[in-house]
Write a protein that binds this ligand. Structure first.
Ligand code: GDP
Ligand code: CA
Length: 318
């Protein structure tokens, strides 16, 4: 059994822990195709928030309370940078985390592609899944915001972290997407997959930038494997984070049905064969898609593994 998971950072990483638990029990191989739209250069270093969230979470090095960054983190360098007034001050990099960015930036400067960096970092963290960036090219999510001065585009991190998604977003632009191509191994994994799972990640700023890589969406839709999505929205609310702000900006309803409709039925040019929603959303209907209500709270690895098993059953009953 070969499973491909399209994923963002924290939500996707938690989901992947359940996929990995299933795979360990049933001998499946897992490839995670990870969003790079959040990537940014800070203090001269390349930051890959979603890849690192997946790496640290699966590798047992993530901070469980914060959800991002390293456990046992310290902030000496961040304090020193602040003492210099070095911008951006709204984005703190922990000392342990900085080592990852130094290794990555050194490899990128030496000419290695991001996919090779992900493989190198995986040798330390042993995530138990093949970790692939959606693309080796730079693809950055920018947000067109509107305030008293009119419209301007800012980096996704500035909107998300500095402004806490409180600035009205008009639209999202995936800068560089037109020049991007799927990272080595992505299309091969999709062509060989028995099932493609869409993690309960932010549909607008985690999954959409993955699918914005030319050829990647086509490889999912035209591939042989059934596509099963997992709703990141339960009872009309994003379980954590600010996905409601993102959905509003693209005119989608913040509900399990709304996100299902945004992805659309594969039979009608969309993505999904089946859609997992929480039991409280059992009445959610998505035209052309088989909707399966099951508990979707990722409270622990067992609960998440049960979600994964339900997704695989949904794939089989397509
Ligand atoms: P990010 O890149 O770090 O923002 O993480 P993702 O995009 O991968 O995932 C964030 C999304 O995960 C949030 O918008 C939530 O809607 C969703 N999420 C978080 N926890 C849960 C959970 O326990 N169950 C479900 N169904 N969704 C969750
Ligand atoms: Ca993210």
């Amino acid at each position: 059994m070969r499973i491909v998971v399209l994923t963002g950072g924290i939500g996707g990483a938690r989901f992947l822990r359940g996929v990995r638990a299933y795979a360990a029990a049933d001998g499946a191989a897992v490839t995670a195709v990870v969003n790079v739209g959040d990537d940014a250069i800070m203090h001269g270093l390349r930051i890959c928030p979603d890849l690192d969230s997946v790496l640290y979470t699966l590798g047992g090095g993530a901070d469980p309370e914060r959800g991002w960054g390293r456990a046992g983190e310290s902030w000496t360098v961040a304090d020193e940078l602040a003492a210099y007034g070095a911008e951006p001050q709204w984005f703190s990099l922990g000392d342990r985390d900085l080592a990852t960015h130094l290794v990555r930036t050194t490899m990128l400067n030496a000419g290695y592609p991001l996919s090779a960096v992900a493989a190198a970092l995986s040798r330390r963290w042993k995530p138990g899944v093949d970790l692939l960036p959606a693309t080796d090219q730079r693809l950055e999510t920018h947000v067109v915001v509107e305030d008293g001065d009119g419209q301007r585009a800012i980096h996704f991190q500035e909107w998300w972290v500095r402004h806490r998604a409180q600035l009205a977003a008009r639209r999202f632009v995936f800068v560089g997407a037109d020049q991007a191509e799927p990272a080595p191994g992505v299309c091969e994994a999709l062509a060989a997959a028995d099932v493609v799972l869409i993690a309960p990640s932010n549909p607008v700023v985690s999954i959409a930038p993955v699918l914005a890589v030319p050829g990647l969406r086509e490889a999912v839709v035209a591939g042989p494997a059934p596509v099963v999505g997992v709703s990141p929205i339960i009872d009309g609310t994003p379980v954590r984070g600010m996905a409601d702000k993102c959905l509003a900006a693209v005119g989608a309803q913040c509900s399990a049905a709304g996100v299902g409709a945004l992805y659309g039925a594969r039979s009608a040019g969309g993505l999904l064969d089946a859609w997992l929603v929480d039991e409280v959303d059992a009445d959610a209907a998505v035209p052309g898609v088989a909707v399966h209500p099951v508990p979707l709270w990722m409270t622990d690895d067992d609960a998440t593994e049960a979600m994964v098993r339900a997704a695989l059953r949904a794939a089989q009953s397509r």
